[in-house]
Design a protein around this ligand. Structure first.
Ligand SMILES: [Zn+2]
Ligand SMILES: [Zn+2]
Length: 345
């Protein structure tokens, strides 16, 4: 099958033929229709994720059609239009039995510890646990984001961040996850402040309902955000993955506030020092959020179907598979446009 492959970390990926990935008895093969280009793919390509082995096919946020299922799969037979959380949970361990599939210690991730979705076909492990049917009303480019960035933001703002109507919510970083967090927080009735260095991203954040945007390249971010949040945020969502923004998020909270860390902290940012004294004194909550379990998708999909949550406005551009290597390489520099890039096969 055709796929985007890299043989060496950081060297240009190419489009070539690779062997079909194996489909264990519990798994399903999905013919990819669209797959999002995510910052995590860039990290995998640059060797920041020690589960990646070479040669490698990236890609983990996709929509497609089930074309084959293993002998043990009961709920899917072929032909269904599906997505899956980027965390393929085992479904049977104690963490999964508690409903916490997105942090399953036995998880696998297409595009990281095995071949991903920048390919004609991708395999979803434990298909009965992880496949999610996508409603007809959600187009391919939008649905691709449901496997990662949109679902991640939905859980970070909702189940983890507990954003409520009237609260001041600050989103640090307006890439795919950050813009999705703006959408979800606005839908919860929050007053949203969006922070980024990209004027295009901030324009899109405003279009999506952010009340205030702050250009972080202008300095005085803390002062300006405090002024826009009546002294401090109830909730900060860090959606970029920078130690400096984690520290800033804690500074931006009002007493009793919550910081939800969504951005993955890699390399030099992996183990940041944070002001725990402030966390204690102000009874702040420092929370991690990692993807979302398949069983949590129906509530999100119902909101999307009802039109109360618009997941479609986050797609910046679509490209073909042949242009996917360049789209990945474009992440070396600052974002040139707003919204996410989606590869359509
Ligand atoms: Zn992703
Ligand atoms: Zn598990």
């Amino acid at each position: 099958m055709r796929a985007v492959v890299f043989d060496v970390f950081g060297q240009a990926p190419h489009v070539g033929e690779v062997d079909e990935p194996p489909c264990p008895p519990h798994a399903a093969v999905v013919a990819v229709r669209a797959t999002g280009v995510c910052r995590s793919d860039w990290h995998a390509w640059h060797g920041h994720d020690d589960t990646v082995s070479l040669p490698h096919v990236p890609g983990h946020e996709f929509v497609g059609s089930v074309v084959a299922v293993g002998a043990d799969v009961r709920g899917w037979s072929g032909g269904e239009r599906v997505t899956a959380p980027f965390v393929n949970a085992c479904g049977t361990c104690s963490t999964c039995r508690d409903g916490r599939h997105s942090i399953c210690p036995h998880q696998t991730q297409p595009g990281f510890d095995r071949l991903g979705s920048f390919a004609e076909r991708v395999v979803v492990h434990h298909a009965d646990v992880n496949l999610v049917a996508v409603p007809d009303g959600v187009d391919d480019a939008t649905a691709a984001g449901l496997g990662c960035r949109f679902a991640t933001a939905y859980r970070a703002v909702g189940a983890r961040g507990r954003a409520a109507a009237g609260e001041h919510v600050v989103v640090l970083g307006c890439g795919g996850v950050g813009l999705a967090a703006v959408v979800v927080a606005v839908a919860r009735g929050a007053q949203v402040v969006a922070v980024d260095v990209s004027a295009a991203a901030l324009d899109l954040a405003r279009t999506l309902g952010a009340s205030v945007t702050v250009d972080a390249s202008g300095g005085d971010v803390v002062e300006r955000v405090r002024a826009a949040t009546d002294g401090g945020a109830h909730l900060v969502v860090e959606a970029l993955g920078r130690a400096s923004l984690l520290r800033q998020g804690i500074t931006l909270l009002r007493p009793g506030g919550r910081h939800v860390q969504v951005g993955l902290l890699a390399g030099d940012d992996a183990t940041p020092a944070v002001d725990v004294g402030r966390v204690v004194a102000l009874e702040l909550e420092l929370l991690g959020s990692h993807g979302m379990s398949a069983h949590e998708y129906p509530a999100m999909l119902a909101e999307i179907a009802a039109g109360t949550l618009d997941a479609s406005s986050l797609v910046g551009r679509t490209v073909g598979l042949d242009d996917a290597p360049a789209a990945l390489a474009a992440m070396d520099g600052p974002a040139t446009g707003a919204g996410t890039t989606v590869v359509v096969l």
